[in-house]
Ligand binder design. Structure first.
Ligand code: IMP
Length: 194
């Protein structure tokens, strides 16, 4: 049983539900609380990879089960890849989505190059092995907010080939092409072969 249990390092119940839905049969997904981990996991790396690994390694050291953690960033070409690993705290430590979006629109005002991509890195850490899975979606930053769905930077991110921002899409439509959806699909595919 224990070998078929993994811990998803997140406090976000939505992510746990999403992950349970995509796991191969026989695997049980625990949240941090369900694995008895109450402390906040450190996230002090300077790349998405470092942060994801840091969270998964810390949780694995605490509970001994295989652990996975993800980290996501919005990387804007005209800003040299910023806000990137600092996306959540772009406008300050409060991690305020609305303020982050307003700051991004402000910083990019007048910029013709609006190319950007989201990148998600998922880290898997178990006894004796670590793996990374990446998902990416290319697109552009709109000049104003559009749509009420989603979260974070969704109202200003329009994926390549679409007229809509992520916030204007149905959830399934976004997940099918999103950075996180793609990283999770890669991870789920790898899990099937275990
Ligand atoms: P986290 O790694 O999931 O905590 O996300 C880091 C930052 O990226 C936060 O500011 C999130 O709001 C933002 N973010 C993550 N995923 C998405 C997404 O799918 N759409 C829009 N913003 C996102």
């Amino acid at each position: 049983m224990e070998g078929r249990t993994l811990v998803l390092c997140t406090a976000n119940a939505g992510k746990v539900t999403e992950m349970r839905a995509m796991m191969p049969a026989g695997w049980q997904v625990l949240s941090l609380a369900e694995a008895g981990i109450r402390e906040e996991l450190p996230e002090t790396g300077s790349t998405l990879e470092e942060n994801a690994l840091q969270k998964a390694r810390t949780a694995h050291a605490l509970c001994g089960l295989p652990c996975i953690a993800d980290d996501t960033g919005l990387e804007v070409d005209a800003l040299g890849g910023a806000p990137g690993v600092y996306s959540a705290r772009y406008a300050g430590p409060e991690r305020d989505d609305r303020a982050n979006v307003r700051k991004l629109l402000d910083v990019l005002s007048g910029s013709v190059d609006r190319r950007a991509h989201f990148r998600t890195v998922i880290a898997w850490v178990e006894a004796g092995a670590e793996h990374l899975f990446e998902g990416r979606v290319d697109g552009s930053i709109t000049t104003e907010e559009n749509g009420a769905g989603g979260f974070g930077y969704d109202p200003v991110f329009r994926p390549e080939g679409s007229e809509l921002t992520f916030a204007e899409m149905e959830r399934g439509e976004k997940n099918a092409i999103s950075h996180r959806g793609r990283a999770m699909a890669r991870f789920a595919e790898w899990m099937k072969g275990r």
